[in-house]
Design a protein around this ligand. Structure first.
Ligand code: SF4
Ligand code: SF4
Length: 117
């Protein structure tokens, strides 16, 4: 299936990086949004999404269906780390790391590998 949004058929940044952010972004303090049960504390002030502690594995919040492709199940509550990694850089140039990850996603698809690592 082809999607308008390249992220829906890629999902690689949610399966590649350790997705870490300042602990103040965790919900419960009045300003944070990321659900506490989906994060791992990795230092007194730093948290990361469960599943991404070591990198190279899927974030606990990532979902995949054939109909919709990859979707973030906490999209509106996601951290700044997720919001700041995009297909395009702020200056309108392509995000080189994103392009590399999209190529890996295409290779995985050609090899018939599982949608989620
Ligand atoms: S690596 Fe790029 S295209 Fe793939 S999901 Fe992340 S932002 Fe979207
Ligand atoms: S919280 Fe959502 S956008 Fe962020 S890594 Fe997890 S699935 Fe991806």
């Amino acid at each position: 299936m082809e999607f308008d949004n390249p992220c829906f058929e890629c999902g690689m940044c949610c399966q590649h990086f350790r997705v870490s952010f300042y602990h103040g972004e965790i919900a419960g303090n009045g300003v944070g949004t990321v659900p506490e049960d989906l994060v791992t504390m990795i230092s007194p002030h730093l948290a990361c999404m469960k599943g991404t502690e070591k990198g190279g594995a899927s974030c606990i919040a990532l979902r995949y269906t054939q109909q919709e492709g990859y979707r973030c199940s906490i999209y509106e509550q996601r951290s700044s780390a997720c919001r700041e990694f995009n297909v395009m850089n702020d200056d309108g140039t392509p995000n080189q790391k994103c392009q590399e990850l999209q190529e890996i996603a295409r290779q995985r698809k050609r090899q018939g590998l599982n949608p989620l690592k």
